[in-house]
Design a protein around this ligand. Sequence first.
Ligand code: PSV
Ligand code: MN
Length: 386
Amino acid sequence: MSDVPAVKAALKSQAVETPSWAYGNSGTRFKVFAQPGVPRSPQEKLDDAAQVHTFTGVAPTVALHIPWDTVEDYGALAKYAEERGLKLGAINSNVFQDDDYKLGSVTHPDPAVRRKALDHLLECVDIMDATGSRDLKLWFSDGTNYPGQDDIAARQDRLAEALSAVYERLGEEQRMLLEYKFFEPAFYATDVPDWGTAYAHCLKLGPKAQVCVDTGHHAPGTNIEFIVALLLREKKLGAFDFNSRFYADDDLMVGAADPFQLFRIMYEVVRGGGLTSGVAFMLDQCHNIEPKIPAIIRSVMNVQEATAKALLVDRDALAAAQRGGDVLGANAVLMDAYNTDVRPLLAEVREELGIDPDPMGAYRDSGWAERIVAERVGGRQAGWGA
Ligand code: PSV
Ligand code: MN
């Protein structure tokens, strides 16, 4: 597509979901460096998310993590979000931070632990009913550290049983997103290590079960855009958890480590119709050393830039070169789009949306950063686990 009005329309309708946990403190297992002004409650996380939406115009939803965002009244939280121009997005379940889950959650050898984990997942669907969220995101830390520790195939049976119980509980418009990760915290065998495992479970479950591709959850060198193309073709790509990695699950700002990879992924999304087929473009990031709100704004902008470049690929010229076996010509068409400076185009898109063409500068000048540092004194800052 290189029809500029159509490119602009696609960019205006793109929505990037920001994660509540990216607004809180985070770190590595070595140290969490607390930052002044960090939210102390889910409501304050939404206040910050509203800033991201105000300055980017394309971040209208916020993913919650349960229990990190537990509140008494989820309907009231949804209303709080709405009053700030936001909606609550995916509900992320957490069956990895309780002592009972040392040997797994839904795949644990003990049926009582499996029941406890399943009850949490079902409770997350109740929360979705109250928040109006469409998606339940499932990531399991389940796996084993040593050969022989547990029966690999039996664990798949237990996983399938739990997934099926959750699937049955979903409403008509609700979906479950199964996220895979090839290692960590289990090191020998992870129960949902790759897209193939996630896909196989989702296929058996039915159309409301879709795969979530977290870009940080692959071995180095993995061709993620191939996975994206394949899942889109099979109508099983439900969502992205976007982030960047240099080594492991680094959770850095998306597009920071390898903007070319993000472009290649977004090209397959555009090519496969993923911009309009309900794929959720979510961030799953932690900002350990950089200020959080501008880092999230930057991440949203990086997704927009990659999307704009992907939309600018001259698909007719590419198809002609591919048909003609013109290897270098085809590659040049893709690189031309990648090498286009799309910042002026995005500035125009923002002006047409009625927002400042420079989101980073506008946020900086807004005084919000100083205000939250001054106002958010006392209380307990939110973090990974609270
Ligand atoms: C696991 O590493 C993961 O990617 C899952 O999406 C979790 O819910 C999230 O990180 C927590 O940050
Ligand atoms: Mn993730």
